[in-house]
Design a protein around this ligand. Structure first.
Ligand code: FAD
Ligand code: DLZ
Length: 509
């Protein structure tokens, strides 16, 4: 009697639910399949990262005496999809049962739910226990609430888990240290050097495979620098805790031309495929506070990202799918400008963030939210086009985490279900938080005209366009009132500048 245990590319954890109760005759199946490389054209480095991590994980399981069948992409047993490949394997192996862990994407869940009928074999889909909170807990918490703000969910979890807590109260007396955080980078502390990874034979083989099969896919493949084993990911975690965590909060929103990561962890891709666990990362950060290595504003700010935002985002995804993906509250309908795929634009901020993304398959939150996301919001790009870009480009991108962040947080596409306001900002914000504007061909101080920063007139064009919608919005009142007081000539100049810019992007007007 063989139980076939499925492990997907983002389930590379020894404590994954589908491996629990493994017995000697069981078989672990891991498969590289075309369909997973095609639902979006993933960044080349993301493909190398996933396939190399999968291959290393399979080898580690074998070393631990698991029976593993690993099907590589260029082997004949790799058929087009998970379902086709598995179907053939079920016929061959004739398992008494198939065990899987619930996937990170609704699309794959539908596939899994069809397997029992298709294969005429019992299929058990187990809950993914790698999160602090179960999907059912979030649904229970959300039930009957008018306001699903992250802050309240975060506090509930902190209390239940007891992290950074003292006798039922938050350590330091406050839940939130945002007022001490979010400064521009001021050179008072040196930026940590990016953590360096060594490439081994398995990764080199995968690099060759990706070069051969995915030539037309976006992104650079040279200078691959992701950990692909748990051991190396743990080293990257230690490096972050030692070198960057103490300044994480202070410079959380800062952006710089010559450094893509600053004091961020760069750990999301390891977390999302299971090489690291959320629990161990938060425990390491909490320890750094308790041993006085890092201050509370940094540690609370960091833990809030993982215990708060990450869990909350996952809860929203599974609460709202599948309808969530079709939301388009602002009726945005522009095509994604071509420069998102090659970085060829005169806007220095966009050029830098897109080029760094093409190079690294990584960006920190403010680059994603306030540069590429903000631009797409102001320009009015169709949410599904923007989502496709984020899902393809980032090594940490799976729909459960990408979609609510892009559609909900960056594009306000769900009408404020997730974000308390649209994250719309003009060039002044970008200039305050970065050194991008200093070397830009546009002038951030100019509001309209061919030399003005496009973020300026697109911002006011956005406010004018959505004036009626946001009239009552408590956090947009100031901007909307300001737009309401503009005279006709000011409005016309803004609209003309926005129109000329759109035309320069190839829009037929
Ligand atoms: P750090 O700043 O060091 O933060 C620590 C950890 O907190 C991250 O590793 C991540 O696991 C978690 N985290 C922080 N913010 C968020 C958030 N908003 N949602 C979920 N987890 C969070 N994150 C992804 O993991 N995958 C995505 O596909 C993704 N797409 C995004 C798209 C947009 C438009 C935006 C605005 C944000 C997106 N994020 C996504 C969230 C966030 O930008 C990344 O998690 C973060 O930039 C990863 O870099 P880091 O590991 O250095 O994070
Ligand atoms: C992203 C990805 C890619 C590109 N390829 C594979 C693959 O060949 N085999 C696999 O098991 N997983 C892959 N993944 C990750 C899956 O897309 C991911 O597990 C699902 O989207 C569920 O989150």
């Amino acid at each position: 009697m063989t139980t076939l245990r499925i492990i997907l590319g983002d389930q590379l954890s020894y404590d994954i639910a589908s491996l629990m109760d493994y017995q000697e005759n069981d078989l672990v199946l891991m498969m590289e399949v075309r369909e997973e490389t095609q639902y979006v054209k993933h960044h080349k480095k993301k493909l190398v990262f996933i396939f190399s991590s999968m291959r290393h994980f399979a080898q580690e399981l074998i070393n631990k005496n698991y029976r593993v069948k690993y099907i590589k992409l260029d082997e004949s047993e790799s058929l087009s999809s998970f379902t086709d490949t598995l179907n053939a394997q079920v016929k061959l192996i004739k398992p008494s049962k198939i065990v899987c862990t619930e996937p990170g994407e609704y699309r794959v869940l539908l596939m899994m739910q069809s397997w029992e009928k298709t294969f005429k074999t019992p299929v058990e889909i187990r809950a993914d226990k790698r999160y602090f909170s179960a999907i059912t807990e979030f649904k229970q918490w959300a039930k009957g609430r008018k306001n699903l703000r992250m802050e309240f969910f975060y506090r509930t979890l902190r209390q239940r888990i007891g992290i950074l807590m003292e006798q039922g109260e938050p350590i330091g007396g406050k839940w939130n240290y945002d007022s001490e955080n979010r400064h521009a980078y001021d050179h008072k502390v040196p930026l940590p050097k990016p953590y360096q990874i060594k490439i081994d034979k398995i990764t080199q083989e995968v690099i060759e495979l990706v070069k051969q099969h995915f030539d037309g896919y976006p992104g650079e493949i040279n200078n691959f620098n992701f950990a692909v084993t748990r051991k190396a990911a743990l080293q990257a975690l230690n490096y972050f805790i030692n070198q960057a965590l103490p300044f994480f909060g202070t410079y959380q929103d800062a952006m710089m031309l010559d450094n893509n990561v600053l004091f961020h962890s760069g750990l999301s891709q390891y977390l999302n495929i299971g090489l690291l666990s959320a629990k161990e990362i938060c425990a390491s950060a909490e320890k750094a506070y308790l041993t006085k290595h890092a201050p509370l504003n940094a540690v609370e700010g960091f833990i809030r990202q993982i215990l708060g935002w990450r869990e909350y985002i996952r809860g929203i995804y599974w609460l709202k799918m599948p309808e969530y993906a079709n939301n388009n509250y602002l009726k945005a309908d522009e095509k994604l400008p071509d420069f998102y795929w090659d970085g060829k634009t005169d806007m220095r901020c966009m050029q830098h963030v897109i080029e760094a993304t093409l190079q690294d398959a990584q960006s920190h939150h403010i680059q994603r939210l306030m540069i590429t996301g903000n631009f797409a919001l102001l320009y009015g790009v169709l949410p599904s086009e923007v989502c496709k870009w984020y899902l393809a480009m980032y090594a940490d991108a799976y729909e459960w985490v990408e979609l609510p962040n892009t559609l909900g947080m960056a594009l306000y596409g769900d009408g404020g279900f997730l974000a308390s306001k649209p994250y719309a900002a003009s060039g002044a914000y970008i200039n305050k938080m970065s050194n991008f504007c200093q070397s830009c061909r546009y002038q951030v101080k100019l509001k309209v005209g061919p030399d003005a920063c496009p973020f300026n007139y697109l911002y006011w064009d956005f406010m004018l366009k959505h004036q009626a919608l946001f009239m009552q919005h408590p956090r947009l009142k100031f901007a909307i009132n300001h737009a309401g007081k503009m005279n006709l000539s000011q409005i016309e100049q803004i609209k003309e500048s926005a129109k000329a810019f759109r035309k320069s992007q190839g829009k037929k007007i």
